[in-house]
Each structure stands twice: as C-alpha cells, then as structure tokens.
Design a binder for this molecule. Structure first.
Ligand SMILES: [Zn+2]
Length: 225
C-alpha cells in the first residue's frame, strides 16, 4: 500500500529552501495511527512483510517524523536539518541507528504478538537505547508534581531517546497485551488497541477496514451470483 504524501526523499535542495523559508508547523507527512510513538515508528517501514517501502529515506524524513509525532518543535527540526548539511556523516549515522532501533522494536513486539520469546539481540539493542535515553532524562517540577523531560534535542540521535523510552515503557506495562498488527496481510502496521472491547482490527478503518469490507462484499456477490 502506498503511504505518505509522496514527497518523502524529495530533492534535498528544494527541501532545504523550504525549511529555511518556513519555520512554522508543516503539513504532516506521516500517518500516525498507532497510539504509541514507538509503534508509529515501526510503521515507517511500510508494507514490511510483502513489499517493504522505506519512509525514512533521509535524515530529514527522520526529523520530520519527530515533528509529526510532537517530539520536536519546528525550530528544532530546522536546526537539526541545517546541522545535517554541515555534518552529513553524523546525520547519516543517526539515520542508520534509527532504522536499527526501529527493527529491534519491531522484532521484539512481533515475537510477543506471535507468542514467541523476544529475540535476544533485538532486546539487547532496545535495552541499550533505553538506557542511553535514561541518561538524557531529568525530573522537573510541574504544577501538580514532577515529570520526566529530555535534555535539549541538539544531538542528531536525540530523537531516538523518547522513542526507545516509549517502547521500553510499553513493554513493561499492562498495555503490552493490546499491541496488534493490522489484520490486512498487505499492511500489518502496529497499533495499540485502546478500544473499549479491544476488538480493533485495522490500522485505520478508512484505509484497511473499508478495503476489507469492499473485498468481502465482492466475494459475497460472486458467491451468490
Ligand atoms: Zn492496515
């Protein structure tokens, strides 16, 4: 299934000009349907089991994901993007790290969904990233108590801290039982089923749900005709 706005991996110079010109929220380019940022992150490898399509082709895609997910402000995105031009190797390294973390998160949750033990290498990777993330967290007082905040998102890989953390927290929570893949075999996007009866089947009703309904309609029509 084709996802996204089609501008992913577009001409970097055009993108750069666009970034320098506009410093307010841009239209979202990722479909965030999972209800948990770490699962949305897994979904950035689209159609992964049939015909994988990489939605994180460049470092800009990664920071745009962070912006869409509310992890980065637009000025932070601009700053990281500008820096990625000055230090492209570091940015490319962070993109690589991001994809590795994503696959580790996928492999752990996929094993759990299929009632298998989490693969040790994937779990070790997630543990390492969650531990690194913790080193960048600090408690700050709020109106009603305290909350965890992350250090300023100045490092290329800083976007990965809240993602690794969200995956680790989800694994250790009672919500783990509600992590599901979309029932469409050509999709299998992950989501957290927070519906009342926990019977949600589709990543998104208008995409996979309706398609399945239409398919069932045609099968019924064929069988009855
Ligand atoms: Zn789906």
């Amino acid at each position: 299934m084709q996802r996204g706005s089609g501008e992913i991996g577009g001409n970097l110079l055009t993108e750069r000009k666009e970034t320098m010109k506009i410093s307010r929220p841009r239209p979202p380019r990722f479909e965030l349907i999972a209800g948990n940022v770490s699962l949305d992150f897994v979904n950035t490898l689209d159609d992964r089991h049939i015909n994988p399509k990489e939605l994180l082709e460049t470092y800009l895609d990664l920071v745009r994901f962070g912006e869409d997910a509310g992890l980065l402000s637009s000025p932070q995105v601009d700053r990281l993007f500008e820096r990625s031009y000055i230090e492209p190797d570091l940015a490319a390294g962070a993109l690589n790290q991001a994809r590795e973390l994503r696959e580790a998160i996928h492999d752990v949750f996929w094993a759990i969904i299929n009632k298998r033990p989490a693969p040790p290498a994937a779990l070790a990777r997630l543990n390492a990233d969650a531990q690194a993330a913790a080193g960048h967290m600090h408690l700050v007082p709020t109106k009603n108590g305290f909350e965890w905040r992350f250090d300023d998102f100045g490092d290329f890989d800083s976007l990965l801290w809240p993602i690794a953390r969200a995956a680790a927290d989800l694994l250790a929570s009672d919500q783990l039982a509600y992590v599901r893949p979309c029932s469409s075999k050509t999709c299998e996007w992950f989501f957290l089923d927070t519906s009342k009866n926990h019977h949600r089947r589709w990543c998104d009703m208008t995409r996979c749900g309706n398609r399945a309904k239409v398919q069932r309609f045609y099968v019924r029509k064929k069988n009855s005709g």
